[in-house]
Design a protein around this ligand. Structure first.
Ligand SMILES: [Ca+2]
Ligand SMILES: [Ca+2]
Length: 358
């Protein structure tokens, strides 16, 4: 009993640490001066989660006065592709995932060439997702053509939630600064909110500044809120707009996102706390992924136990440097049931439950 109280206090001391000033991603698309029809051919930072080809790597990139991630290297160009041709959707993980009651900000530069009117609305080309991105797309940024220009739309989750659109018509072939805010709320599983800010000039150093366009907060979706945000994604569908995106930044505060003036490119990739994430998918059959973070170097064990407390598998048992990790668990040799996975590193220990259904 005494031991468990000590452990509880120990864990509590970690949970009280908040970050609040961290840049989690600074993607300048600085991958050389040679364009390529497929971003995944010039960098492994981006992974394709759908489709077969693209988006394209273009050079040079976009610039926007006073934005911290302006005019460095190239950019990413996306279009309304067809099957096998620029139909790829890609994602990049942030240096850490935000899983608290916190707020996540993502900003990017955007210049659009064209957009469609689809289903009396537009379609989305950018979204956030959890660290282990499956089909949990959150904070979808839409664009719809208004004839000579376009308007932004926003939805928190997926159908049947419909995008909320701004009435402001913006110009094609002009570079805008877009800021997407994701606010975790903990009263319910569907109460998180998203907000979109758009600027044609200037970089506000505090929120909300003086936006050209504001949408939200909105978040009426029936899809469950994600456990965390740890991915940004670019989507190419048959009805998505065509354009260029650059300077994608993710941070846990507005100040970290936009307040810097290019000096924070060497952002920290060291976690500030121990975390053991809920496995995804769960329930699962037969493989699932477990993510964890450790804030300092040490031996790490990650083991699987059955309902009787018997160890059935050791996934990790070795020294790890501080960082973020993901490990795959293949349960094809085990029978259906409830299992537990436990991480231990130094004095830190955490156990979570998962369900195998065959
Ligand atoms: Ca760039
Ligand atoms: Ca929630």
């Amino acid at each position: 009993m005494k031991k468990s109280i000590l452990l509880f206090c120990f864990l509590l001391s970690f949970s009280l640490i908040t970050v609040g000033q961290t840049v989690l991603l600074n993607e300048n698309f600085d991958y050389g001066s040679t364009a390529n029809s497929d971003i995944t051919m010039v960098t492994q930072n981006w992974a394709r989660h759908s489709g077969t080809q693209g988006p394209q790597y273009v050079y040079p990139g976009l610039s926007y006065t006073a934005y911290p991630s302006t005019n460095v290297g190239g950019a990413l160009s996306f279009t309304n592709g067809s099957s096998g041709n620029n139909d790829g959707d890609v994602n990049r993980q942030t240096s850490t995932f935000i899983s608290s009651t916190s707020v996540v900000y993502a900003s990017f530069l955007l210049s659009l060439k064209s957009a469609k009117v689809y289903n009396n609305a537009g379609d989305y080309f950018f979204h956030l997702g959890p660290a282990i991105l499956s089909t949990t797309f959150r904070g979808r940024v839409y664009v719809m053509s208004n004839g000579s220009g376009f308007s932004f739309g926003l939805s928190k989750s997926s159908s049947p939630e419909v995008a909320v659109y701004s009435n402001t018509v913006l110009n094609f072939n002009q570079t805008y600064l877009v800021v997407l805010k994701y606010s975790f709320n903990t009263s319910a599983t569907t109460d998180d909110e998203v907000t979109l800010y758009v600027y044609s000039s200037g970089v506000p150093t505090s929120e909300p500044g003086n936006p050209d366009v504001t949408i939200g907060p909105t978040g009426t979706g029936s899809s469950a809120d994600p456990s965390d945000i740890g991915t940004v994604a670019i989507r190419q569908g048959s009805n998505t707009p065509t354009g260029t995106i650059d300077g994608i930044r993710v941070a846990d505060s507005w100040t970290a996102l936009l307040g810097a003036t290019g000096v924070d490119d060497n952002y920290s990739t060291v976690p500030t706390s121990f975390e053991l994430m809920q496995n995804y998918p769960n329930p699962f059959n037969p493989t699932t992924t477990i993510a964890y973070s450790i804030p300092r170097e040490g031996n790490v064990t990650l083991k699987i136990y059955n309902m009787l407390g018997q160890e059935v598998k050791t996934l990790v048992n070795e020294a790890r440097s501080a960082g973020y990790y993901r490990v795959s668990f293949d349960a094809s040799s085990l029978s259906s049931g409830v299992y537990f996975y436990r991480i231990q590193s130094g004095e830190f220990m955490m156990t979570k439950k998962m369900v195998l259904i065959k």
